[in-house]
Design a protein around this ligand. Structure first.
Ligand SMILES: Nc1ncnc2c1ncn2[C@@H]1O[C@H](COP(=O)(O)OP(=O)(O)OP(=O)(O)O)[C@@H](O)[C@H]1O
Ligand SMILES: [Mg+2]
Length: 254
């Protein structure tokens, strides 16, 4: 079996006043689509930030087979944060430039963009319905529109690993659907790997192969999607300290 794309061993993380993640171990392999679920405050975003090297946890993280502190091929990864829309609105950069930045990560800052690159930028912006606004300053857009621009930036680079922290919060429904259709296309060849934090696993369940369910910073379950649906409501509830806060049903699936 190939080496995991992400390998986490005994990861714990404390904010100054409290432990937020405890002894997390998991592996994500090429072609997996991992959904990370859990209540508000269960540590999902903190885990993502640890994987991206933005926070320094205890334990070890390996990306593409290398220890995180030796990993320097960040262009292989794209990331949409939960609050991309909290972007510094005074930053004088246009929609098109933000998406181009996604390409520079791969090409290096001083390489000129070629015609093919321009086409990629255009396609990514058309996908999220923002091509017409390409010359607008990002700071002048609404939160949902900004989020769409950051989704375009994540797509343009054709990344091997996409890490998405509730990427569609605040985005109009029709673009949400389109976005997940694109993810479905992107994963058709099963070469790309996805980690998606979501509160709506029913909506994306057709894409998902594996589920990590965080409960108060601990690994409540780490299993395949089929197994996850087979856990009955009682079992999932028993993972939670407060009963009745999780509703497991088949629900509407894409
Ligand atoms: N910078 C910070 N300093 C101190 N505590 C923090 C900080 N960021 C997050 N926390 C706390 O850590 C815990 C986990 O937060 P985190 O953002 O990882 O949760 P989450 O699962 O992503 O929640 P949500 O579903 O609301 O996005 C929460 O209790 C939160 O209040
Ligand atoms: Mg979060």
């Amino acid at each position: 079996m190939s080496e995991p794309i992400i390998e986490i061993n005994h990861l714990s993380y404390d904010y100054p006043d409290r432990r937020v993640l405890s002894d997390i171990s998991l592996a994500v392999r090429q072609g997996e689509f991992l959904a990370i679920v859990g209540e508000n405050g269960s540590g999902k975003s903190t885990l993502i930030k640890c994987i991206l090297g933005l926070l320094k946890p205890e334990g070890s993280i390996r990306l593409f087979g290398r220890e995180l502190d030796q990993f320097d091929e960040w262009w292989r990864i794209s990331y949409v944060s939960q609050k991309a829309a909290s972007f510094n609105s005074g930053f004088p950069v246009t929609v098109e430039e933000v998406v181009e930045m996604g390409l520079y990560a791969k090409k290096g800052l001083f390489k000129r963009l070629k015609k093919g690159d321009r086409t990629k930028v255009r396609q990514a912006l058309e996908t999220v319905g923002m091509w017409d606004r390409r010359s607008s300053k990002v700071g002048d857009l609404s939160g949902g529109q900004q989020q769409r621009v950051f989704i375009a930036r994540a797509l343009v680079n054709d990344p091997e690993l996409m890490i998405l922290d509730e990427p569609t919060v605040g985005v109009d429904q029709r673009y949400v659907k389109e976005f997940y259709e694109i993810l479905e296309e992107l994963r058709a060849d099963k070469k790309r790997t996805f980690v998606l934090v979501t509160h709506d696993i029913h909506f994306v369940s057709r894409l998902v192969t594996d589920v990590v369910h965080l409960i108060d910073g601990k690994l409540g379950c780490n299993c395949g999607i089929k197994e996850y649906w087979e856990l009955d409501e009682k079992e999932i509830r028993s993972l939670y300290p407060v009963p009745g806060r999780v509703l497991v049903h088949e629900g509407e699936r894409v």
